[in-house]
Design a binder for this molecule. Structure first.
Ligand code: KG4
Ligand code: ZN
Length: 403
């Protein structure tokens, strides 16, 4: 079956069209269309995501992106309708320009062969979430198809559980990975699965005991790990989003292979929970910078490296504790920070050396950050498990997995 999925929880606007097949065991997903627009450069001057700007950008981009995804899927059939769209369809859209865009989209596009729509309902920025939900529900009403609300974090978990199918015709001698990934299958699910979610808004360990049954075993008590990367980047005058910037600057110091004289504390490393704290680490960087009279490029690189080392070490200490406490069959790491090379390397070494019976899974490089594909995947699996649409979805900024 074909489904359309929408992601607008933060600063990426995503619309995807997936052909989904199979049962939970061995489900497969062909990416027919995937239109993703990152607002990151627009938010850069604010040093973080500015909610009202995110909302406005989602409003401006949803209809064009939906068109683009349909076009890529070969499902955009142009029509010229003269009747006005029924007013019920657009009843929750207050912004006039957004309303006109949706109306124009519906009036020029034939009802595509889509079974249902999956949309992120939370967690995230509520004004941003509402935009996606209102758009999804307008399309759902116009096309008379259901809309399923999806937990963004569940999307991140499933993005780690997807295995890319390599099309031999696309692969080259240099690379096993096709340039344009198009098809994924769901990894065999062996429970319990320990999900480690590390993003701009979350740092948490969640055990999936069986499909969609969650137990929370640890989380950050203050800043999320990605937020710490972003804040430290700001202190170092690096642009938002700071995670990839810090990693890049730190790698230059790492490559020199010299002993780094700068070091930061490992917050909560000795505490026997699976919880984290990152705000103190950010403050330690701030104080270090205040103490120094001259911050040249080399020092900047050393600070970035020392910060990344500290973040990596607490990640490893806490992951070890979480693995010992929960004895999972799979460790699935998801969220934007799962793209971090140093953290990935250290987690891989930990599992290889001390937990070799556990399968460690990371998302494909194109699926670490926010995207609509993961929302579609979670939507299909929820659909298979019998989750049905609520008649009216609400944006849930603080949604917690399993609630
Ligand atoms: O999952 P995501 O795209 O959005 C949220 O749901 O938050 O994660 C974004 C976060 C940002 O804080 C960004 O700086 C961080 O992921 N990030 C990284 C890297 N790539 C993205 N952090 C460290 N290293 C990276 N390579
Ligand atoms: Zn995310």
């Amino acid at each position: 079956m074909k489904i359309l999925s929408i992601e607008t929880s933060c600063d990426e606007t995503g619309v995807a069209i997936l052909e989904c097949e199979g049962s939970f065991e061995g489900a497969s997903f062909t990416i027919l269309g995937n239109a993703l627009y990152s607002q990151a450069t627009l938010h850069a001057p604010y040093g973080g995501v500015y909610p009202n700007l995110a909302k406005r950008e989602h409003q401006n981009n949803l209809a064009p992106l939906a068109k683009e995804a349909l076009r890529e899927a070969g499902m955009l059939k142009a029509v010229e309708k003269t009747d006005a769209v029924h007013k019920d369809v657009l009843k929750n859209i207050r912004n006039e320009a957004f309303k006109n865009d949706i109306e124009e989209f519906l009036n020029t596009t034939e009802h595509p062969d889509i079974e249902f729509i999956a949309v992120t309902k939370g967690p995230g920025l509520e004004p941003a979430l509402w935009t996606g939900i209102n758009f999804a529900e307008s399309l759902g009403r116009a096309w008379n198809i259901p809309v399923i609300g999806i937990d963004h974090m569940e999307g991140h978990i499933f993005s780690a559980l997807l295995k890319q199918e390599v099309d031999s015709q696309q692969s080259t001698e240099q690379s096993e990975v096709p340039l344009n990934p198009k098809r994924y299958t769901l990894n065999a699910m062996h429970f319990p699965i320990l999900a480690f979610l590390i993003s701009g808004g979350h740092t948490e360990f969640v055990v999936m005991k069986e499909p969609f049954v969650y137990e929370h075993i640890g989380a950050t008590r203050d800043d999320a790990i990605g937020e710490a990367f972003d804040k430290v980047a700001r202190l170092l005058d690096l642009p938002y989003p700071g995670g990839p910037q810090i990693a890049e600057v730190a790698s230059r110091s790492r490559a020199r292979g010299e002993k780094n004289e700068i070091s930061f504390p490992r917050p909560m490393a000795k505490d026997d929970t699976c919880d984290f704290s990152f705000s103190g680490l950010k403050t330690a960087v701030l104080y270090k910078l205040r103490d120094m009279d001259k911050i040249d490029e080399k020092v900047k690189e050393q600070i970035a490296e020392a910060f990344e080392d500290a973040a990596r070490d607490v990640v490893i200490i806490k992951t070890k504790r979480a693995l010992e406490a929960t004895e999972p069959k799979i460790l699935a790491v998801g969220g934007g920070v799962s793209a971090n090379t140093e953290i990935k390397r250290a987690l891989t070494a930990l599992v290889d050396e001390e937990f070799s019976n556990i399968q460690l899974l990371f998302p494909d490089a194109t699926l670490t950050g926010d995207n609509a594909i993961m929302i579609g995947v979670a939507g299909y699996l929820r659909h298979l498990s019998g989750t049905r649409t609520a008649s009216n979805l609400s944006a849930l900024g603080n949604l917690k997995l399993g609630e």
